[in-house]
Design a protein around this ligand. Structure first.
Ligand SMILES: Nc1nc2c(c(=O)[nH]1)N[C@H]1C(S)=C(S)[C@@H](COP(=O)(O)OP(=O)(O)OC[C@H]3O[C@@H](n4cnc5c(N)ncnc54)[C@H](O)[C@@H]3O)O[C@H]1N2
Ligand code: MOO
Ligand SMILES: [Mg+2]
Length: 432
């Protein structure tokens, strides 16, 4: 059996970021930047006013106060967008609006609240502004030539805004990976369809479609394919055209109808093996077709499929999309609040709820939820983390400090109010 780290390393070694393309800024949202962006120009582009008021020569208003206002002649009106301004001479000022270019000669802006305009075209100024007051200087935000954003940055609203501010309209980004999800199993029906005898709803297709979307993928969920090698092979061949990555679930163990290995044997270099973990021990990975499309064959048990996705598929999707950081989930050390058994020789990933009690000096605590059986979805939905119990630890005691992989989606309030685990925690460790 291989370790989790070895399998992950083998997988990531075969994943190449998708080729970049030029995208309009508006449609680049949520994608990873594929270029280092250097500021092509200054921001602000020109000295401009931060206030509605009067652009003045400070020398003309020195010493002005409530009792001795300076009186200036208003020689121009400068709205935002004004294309031209004229020089402010001695005794003159310009009526200026926020964002409007500061005219030559002016070295401060007096807010309108400190002034009193008169009908004869003069204005009284009641206070002396500081040197440069209320002038936003050219380049004070961003200097032309400075590095702005580096390749691999995820473009969110704030980054898109910065690119717009330097007037970029097209940027090189990597596309969202297109992920095809196939559930195998003759017992599966669509959620919403009343299951007949022996049938169950397809859980994995939905879990993984959502998880892949959360990881940044465009998802094509193919639905359910019966345990039939030919049918599965045909489906995968059909899907290769639109897939950057394929995930199947089920049919990889040693059962008589576990046909995934057989179906894929001729198509590429998929290796099926066992990873020293629970749940999620049977793991297949390889590349298929002319484009060497990566494929993951995850085990069918719903929690096994999810954990396999989290550990191996999610980092692969992130790498395809060009992410340089955020390939992996954050891991924290947490004090486990309940004891439980753990299988020898496998890293056990136990569903948990992390809590940071108030006034606890940041001590993070984790409560196991819902048992460890790989068919138990109830606890998975409550969980906001996976507790990683080392391979050589067969028993966790309350108070043990363990690494915990933080998942997303559960707000702290939910975590804090989660039902307490039984004193023994999951009692069915080792159960499949
Ligand atoms: N003799 C052995 N049996 C099993 C072993 C083993 O080593 N020797 N390993 C067990 C482990 S561990 C796992 S994990 C599973 C892997 O099973 P498969 O990948 O072959 O998956 P299936 O047999 O198709 O299904 C397993 C289980 O999960 C249910 N399932 C499958 N797909 C879905 C789905 N999309 N939604 C909901 N539930 C699904 C399926 O009905 C089965 O109950 O093998 C163990 N057996
Ligand atoms: O590996 Mo199976 O995934 O333990 O349940
Ligand atoms: Mg099976």
């Amino acid at each position: 059996m291989r370790s989790v780290e070895q399998h992950l390393a083998d997988v990531l070694a075969k994943i190449r970021p998708l080729p970049p393309f030029e995208q309009h800024l508006l449609d680049a949202h949520g994608l990873q930047l594929a270029e280092d962006v250097i500021a092509p120009r200054d921001v602000p582009l020109f000295d401009n006013s931060a206030m509605d008021g009067y652009a003045v020569r400070r020398i003309d208003v020195r010493g002005a106060d409530q009792d001795n206002p300076a009186v200036l002649t208003v020689v121009q009106e400068i709205p935002a967008g004004a294309a031209t301004t004229t020089e402010i001479g001695p005794g003159e000022c310009g009526r200026i609006m926020t964002g409007a270019p500061v005219p030559p000669g002016a070295d401060a802006v007096v807010p309108v609240e400190w002034t009193d305009g008169a009908a004869d075209g003069t204005v009284r100024i009641y206070r002396t502004p500081d040197e440069g007051a209320h002038i936003r200087r050219v380049g004070e935000d961003v200097r032309a030539g400075q590095p702005l954003l580096s390749a691999g940055t995820m473009l969110g609203a704030r980054q898109i805004g910065l690119l717009a501010a330097v007037s970029r309209d097209l940027v090189a980004v990597r596309p969202s990976p297109r992920v095809v999800i196939i559930s195998t199993g003759s017992e599966l029906v669509e959620p919403g369809t009343e299951p007949g005898p022996g049938q169950i709803p397809d859980t994995n297709g939905y879990t993984l479609a959502a998880a892949a979307r959360e990881a940044g993928a465009v998802v094509y969920r193919v639905g359910v394919v019966a345990d039939d090698a030919k049918l599965l092979l045909d489906t995968i061949e059909d899907q290769l055209i639109r897939a950057d990555l394929i995930v199947t679930t089920g049919g990889v163990s040693v059962g008589a109808y576990d046909v995934v290995k057989e179906a894929l044997s001729g198509l590429g270099t998929v290796e099926f093996g066992r990873v020293a973990m629970q749940p999620g021990m049977p793991q297949g990975f390889g590349v298929l077709g002319p484009e060497e499309t990566p494929i993951f064959t995850l085990p069918g048990n719903p929690v096994s499929a999810y954990v396999g996705f989290e550990l191996f598929v999610r980092p692969a999707i992130r790498k395809l999309s060009g992410r340089q950081d955020g390939l992996h989930r954050p891991v924290v050390e947490a004090v486990c609040l309940a004891g439980f058994k753990s299988p020898a020789g496998k890293r056990q990933f136990v569903r948990g709820v992390v809590v940071t009690p108030a006034g606890s000096d940041g001590r993070i605590e984790v409560r196991p939820v819902g048992g460890s059986g790989s068919h138990l979805m109830g606890g998975l939905a409550q969980a906001n983390c996976l507790i990683a119990v080392p391979e050589d630890q067969t028993r966790v005691e309350a108070g043990d400090v363990l690494p915990v992989i933080l998942l997303d989606g559960t707000p702290p309030e939910t975590a804090a109010s989660a039902a307490p685990a039984s004193p023994e925690g999951p009692s069915n460790a080792g159960e499949r």
